[in-house]
Ligand binder design. Sequence first.
Ligand SMILES: CC(C)(COP(=O)(O)OP(=O)(O)OC[C@H]1O[C@@H](n2cnc3c(N)ncnc32)[C@H](O)[C@@H]1OP(=O)(O)O)[C@@H](O)C(=O)NCCC(=O)NCCS
Length: 205
Amino acid sequence: MTYWFFDPYHQQQVTSPTPSSSQHLQIRAATSADLKAVAQIIAESFHSQNGFWGLVFPLLRLGIYEDLKHRLLLSSPHHICLVAVNTSVDGIQQLVGTVEMGVRVSDIWTRDNKRFLYVSNLAVHPEYRRHGVASKLLTSCEQVSQEWGFDDLYLHVLENNYQARQLYFKLGYKVHKVESDMNIFLFRQSRQILLHKHLHLDAST
Ligand SMILES: CC(C)(COP(=O)(O)OP(=O)(O)OC[C@H]1O[C@@H](n2cnc3c(N)ncnc32)[C@H](O)[C@@H]1OP(=O)(O)O)[C@@H](O)C(=O)NCCC(=O)NCCS
């Protein structure tokens, strides 16, 4: 079986091996109509809905939605939110994953003041995990970044996020920097690791 893998930048489709069923997966740029579903997936993936957190969950989701809407409205030439849309055998479409990528200008991480692309908010609906959705979203990020003329991608992952670390290492990301241990005491229970992937700009890679 095959499913459609959509290149959002070239507006061009290529086939890719299907995970396990005859469903079709499309990767495309998000539109404002997708934002509620995108906010839901991000909120579910990064925030608990148990106990007290269940009460504040709608607020967290609304905050994510408003932030996304704001970033989309800015129409920055070097910002994109990608979505993975699954079409079932019955023709029902469901948004099953998302990722964002944008330019950061800072010398904090790279120490050389250059503009670089930063990947964030990668999340896949729990029922669709381990079917290659995140891998395809990240591969699309690479394609878009190469079109934009960038040859490096950066992202943060928490040290205790084993599944995400496995994903990034499998796709060729390397540790660029482990953030200060102070983060453990001040902000989080786990250290943040900055990962880096160098992309080869020639067409053969
Ligand atoms: C991390 C996440 C995005 C992975 O999405 P996914 O679509 O399931 O990932 P893929 O199917 O493309 O996985 C590719 C590879 O990543 C690794 N991987 C993914 N999930 C894994 C898990 N639960 N355990 C171990 N390895 C895992 C595996 O090497 C996998 O390859 P394999 O299935 O051939 O073994 C998803 O689990 C998620 O949304 N988690 C919550 C949000 C999050 O942590 N986002 C990342 C923030 S940095």
